[in-house]
Design a protein around this ligand. Structure first.
Ligand SMILES: Cc1cc2nc3c(=O)[nH]c(=O)nc-3n(C[C@H](O)[C@H](O)[C@H](O)COP(=O)(O)O)c2cc1C
Length: 327
């Protein structure tokens, strides 16, 4: 191995871990390029969702999540990633240039990396056990360590958020272009390399108390036995930033990954919820009514305990590394 530079196998392994990151409707809107002493992350706008994600925020957040997964994977493989975000203002799709410093992996690096292949988006109802404050505090701290504000949404702010979700759903479901994109990217079957599989979408009602989950193509996932949908005690954490530019969204994606991996390590189930932030009016409503106008909302993350004896969820597919990494 070259001192100061991971070998190609190490970089391929790290990119494979990065590509396990969550992405909006599993579009995997990223590509990677190997430099001589660096690795580069680009947004792949050919995989954008113009009707679902007209602002392109979900796309950049997805790439940020992949960037954080890469950092975590590299740390476990003995390398610290030195990240230059948006290194070239003339090329907005060039999201990050990554250089490397050799560093002994810590136990915590390995523990976090081991959560990557275990993490799943769980859209089922959660159990009636509340998430302890200490765990919520840790998730909030992990997001803040990425330079992103985070808080649990409770009380009247939670009611406002739940109403914004319903209003966004109604606006989107009245748009034929939105419905066509949802049909294209969800309810996919084995053999697909992208999209949300029918096996990961609950069959039947997805109204959990006052929380309305996004309507996808018909699903095949059964709710856990004996769980009452109305008793779901999932917590909602909102990530927000002081600006609403691409750098903020990239950082919000890194924070998303940090929160989801920590939640997985703690044994929690989790699900990103972007619907109320995809429609301009409800995005503004969330900013003003949920965050008091102080910061710009980027993503809602729902966390909770999966039902007792819940079946493990299948992993969703990914494009092969060879298709996303240019040597
Ligand atoms: C920015 C972003 C927005 C997302 N929005 C939603 C959403 O609104 N509803 C949902 O059920 N899943 C949402 N997801 C989860 C993706 O659908 C999921 O990550 C993808 O299908 C891959 O599956 P996995 O997370 O189990 O690996 C979102 C993920 C990201 C990164």
């Amino acid at each position: 191995m070259d001192r100061g530079q991971p070998d190609e196998n190490t970089l391929r392994a790290a990119v494979a871990l990065a590509c396990r990151a969550p992405s909006v409707h599993n579009t995997q809107p990223w590509r990677w390029e190997l430099g001589e002493h660096s690795l580069h992350l680009y947004a792949d706008r050919s995989r954008a969702l113009p009707a679902i994600d007209p602002l392109g925020a979900d796309l950049t957040i997805s790439c940020g999540a992949a960037l954080h997964h890469l950092r975590v994977g590299l740390a476990a493989l003995g390398w610290r990633a030195v990240v230059h975000r948006l290194p070239n203002p003339a090329q907005p799709d060039h999201l990050a240039a990554i250089e490397f410093q050799q560093r002994e992996p810590r136990q915590s690096d390995i523990a976090l990396a081991s959560a990557i292949p275990r993490r799943r988006t769980d859209r089922r109802a959660f159990s009636s056990w509340a998430v302890p404050e200490a765990i919520i505090g840790q998730l909030v701290a992990d997001a803040r360590a990425e330079g992103v504000e985070a808080e649990e949404v409770v009380g009247t702010a939670r009611d406002e958020l739940l109403m914004a979700i319903v209003a966004a759903a109604e606006a989107q479901e009245a748009d034929p272009a939105y419905l066509a994109e949802i049909r294209e990217w969800t309810g996919v079957y084995p053999g697909a390399s992208a999209g949300v599989p029918a096996a990961n979408i609950p069959a039947g009602s997805r109204q959990y108390g006052n929380l309305r989950m996004r309507e996808f193509a018909p699903g095949e996932l059964l709710q856990t036995n004996q769980l009452r949908l109305g008793e779901d005690a999932g917590s909602l954490i909102i990530l927000s930033t002081s600006s609403d530019d691409e750098l903020s969204q990239l950082r919000a994606g890194e924070a998303t990954s940090a929160v989801l991996l920590e939640a997985t390590s703690a044994g929690l189930a989790s699900c990103p919820l972007s619907q109320p932030l995809e429609v301009v009016q409800t995005r503004e409503l969330v900013r003003d009514q949920v965050l008091g106008g102080s910061t710009c909302p980027q993503l809602v993350i729902r966390v909770g305990w999966a039902g007792f004896n819940a079946d493990p969820l299948p992993a969703t597919p990914r494009r092969p590394v060879i298709d996303v990494l240019t040597p």
